[in-house]
Design a protein around this ligand. Structure first.
Ligand code: B12
Ligand code: SF4
Length: 496
């Protein structure tokens, strides 16, 4: 135990760190700044604001967000008794670097968040304590034990599964650094069990709801503090329970806010819920659609909905004046580049205001990760690459290059001006959707023009020198070999 912790009953100091992460930082300054109205990062790190909120009395907490500073955080033991670091998979490598550095300085390190929860044994190589799952259920005990010198190596949220979802301490962060400076989480877990998804794997299929009065209070205080009427609910599935979601909407309706969030497409089953969403100020929803093809959904374990129903369900939700953002995934074993193109055409036909096309990523902890490991198809365990923009597994029906090119062609064609006009129409003028579409298109064009590369198109797959055309667009001088990186040395630590 460190001498600082042992020495006295004085106020103890906890430093919480959000490690640098390529996609949410200023790594591509011009593009990100263009797209985020000069904010430094996309989302406020809600996870650490919650950790701060549940620290027991006697702990003084500060938050360091590496994503909003120009220089990386320099570990320093002065004035710190313990460090808590949170990590999604793309942040794991940097999280471990920081953890190792702090331990060398003699500071106790606690690792938590999605990645350490999925691979606690791996995280334990870099930490004194690993917290699996919700901070609410683990951190208070871990900090109390740390102070008493009785800490354990692993704390598991399943030992305290009913700990209520806390109200984050956003006062410890600088709101003006973030595009989304005011995210609100209302639920945890997801009742569905898609094979590629971390959420049920880490937070369980038991859908947990926050006290509605706490949510209302958080919105009220944010409205007063930030003078903001627009809110983002950062849940995986805000409407995992229709009855509860309706109660929530009715409770926030008098607040006169506008909000956007994420949920599953089954909300189209409930007209009263759709009406309550509209009346409470819902302007847009992200739907995880993954694919418009039945075989792909079956392969991905998305069993709660039929692809054939997508268009009618989408139209029903849109008829309530709610704009939809579709999230698709490219690279399922059922798919080749033509299926990727069909997904884009579907998104256009469905008149989605926005959409995204991440590459399938087998996140640790998921059934998909286990499947690819069994089949020896993982190309790397460099967690930095697990970002949805890199092919980290051997695809079945296309090459890695074709998959990456399909992804970029999808973004280009979906956000092209012609496509935007066809989907968004000129009237009624949807200002926010137009601004977002134009920003993404401008960002892409800028990126390719600056590198003097041709903008990617699905037609590239059909020309006689397709591979050369694709290589020029991707900027790869030569196609990558079949297996780029050997199965990394982490194998043993991953076998928990
Ligand atoms: C908002 C959001 C984003 C935002 C911002 C993310 C951010 N935090 O900076 C944006 C849009 C930028 C984003 C991007 C991406 N995201 Co995202 N995102 C989310 C979403 C919907 C909410 C995040 C959030 O605010 N959660 C609320 C907080 C409170 O939850 P939490 O982080 O889990 O924290 C709790 C516990 O984990 C724990 N905890 C967390 N940290 C710590 C630290 C300590 C010390 C302790 C003790 C405990 C602890 O306690 C917290 C409170 O209970 C989540 C879904 C989800 N369930 O979280 C997906 C999610 C985190 N994203 C995911 C993914 C895959 C991505 C992308 C790779 C997608 C893509 N292809 O582009 C990118 C990667 C971005 C990057 N930086 O590299 C996955 C992560 C999978 C994984 N294994 O890492 C999730 C889980 C979605 C999913 N269902 O799979 N994302
Ligand atoms: S519905 Fe969405 S959040 Fe739920 S398991 Fe499937 S992908 Fe994950």
């Amino acid at each position: 135990m460190s001498s600082t912790l042992q020495s006295s009953a004085r106020l103890r100091r906890l430093r919480l760190i959000n490690p640098r992460s390529r996609l949410s930082t200023i790594a591509m300054p011009e593009i990100i700044r263009k797209m985020t109205f000069s904010r430094k990062a996309v989302f406020m790190p809600l996870n650490l604001a919650i950790c701060a909120a549940v620290a027991p009395d006697g702990w003084n907490v500060e938050i360091v967000d590496e994503n909003v500073t120009n220089v990386p955080h320099q570990p320093d033991a002065t004035g710190v008794d313990a460090v808590g670091i949170g990590a999604m998979t793309t942040q794991a490598r940097r999280a471990y670097e920081l953890a190792d550095a702090y331990r060398q300085l003699g500071v106790k390190v606690i690792l938590g968040g999605i990645h350490p929860s999925a691979l606690p044994q791996e995280a334990a190589l870099h930490a004194d304590i690993v917290c699996k799952g919700d901070a609410e259920a683990t951190l208070p005990r871990a900090l109390a034990d740390l102070a008493a010198g009785t800490e354990k190596a692993i704390y598991d949220w399943q030992d305290n599964p009913d700990a209520p979802i806390a109200t984050p301490r956003k006062d410890l962060l600088n709101a003006s650094d973030y595009l989304v400076f005011n995210p609100i989480q209302t639920t945890r877990g997801c009742p569905h069990g898609c094979a590629f998804c971390t959420t049920p794997a880490i937070f369980g299929r038991k859908f947990r709801r926050r006290a509605i009065s706490d949510i209302v209070e958080e919105i009220r205080s944010a409205k007063a503090n930030f003078n903001s009427r627009l809110f983002i609910f950062s849940d995986d599935d805000l409407a995992g329970s229709h009855r509860w979601a309706r109660e929530l909407c009715e409770a926030i309706r008098p607040l006169g806010i506008r909000w956007a969030g994420q949920c599953d497409i089954l909300i189209s089953d409930s007209e009263p819920l759709l009406a309550a969403m509209r009346d409470s100020g819902c302007i847009g929803l992200i739907l995880g659609l993954e694919s418009p093809k039945a075989d792909a959904l079956a392969w991905a374990g998305k069993r709660y909905v039929r692809a054939e129903e997508y268009l009618t369900r989408i139209a029903k939700i849109q008829s309530y004046g709610i704009s939809l953002w579709g999230s698709f995934i490219f690279g399922f074993d059922t798919d080749d580049w033509r299926d990727c193109m069909k997904a884009v055409r579907f998104a256009q036909r469905a008149q989605l205001c926005m959409s995204c096309y991440p590459i399938l990523t087998p996140y640790p902890g998921t059934a998909l990760f286990e499947q690819y490991r069994r089949e020896d198809r993982l190309l790397t365990t460099d967690w930095d690459q697990y970002n949805g923009a890199t092919v980290v597994f051997q695809p079945k029906r296309m090459t890695s290059e074709h998959l990456r090119h399909a992804q970029m062609a999808a973004f280009h064609e979906f956000y092209s001006l012609r496509s935007a006009l066809q989907r968004l129409k000129a009237w009624p003028f949807k200002r926010n959707s137009w601004l977002a579409n134009l920003a993404i298109y401008r960002g892409m064009k800028y990126y390719y023009d600056k590198r003097r590369r041709p903008l990617p198109r699905f037609a590239d797959f059909t020309v006689s020198d397709a591979d050369a055309r694709i290589a020029a667009s991707l900027g790869d001088p030569t196609p990558t070999p079949h297996r780029q990186v050997a199965w990394a040395p982490l194998t043993e630590t991953i076998k928990q």
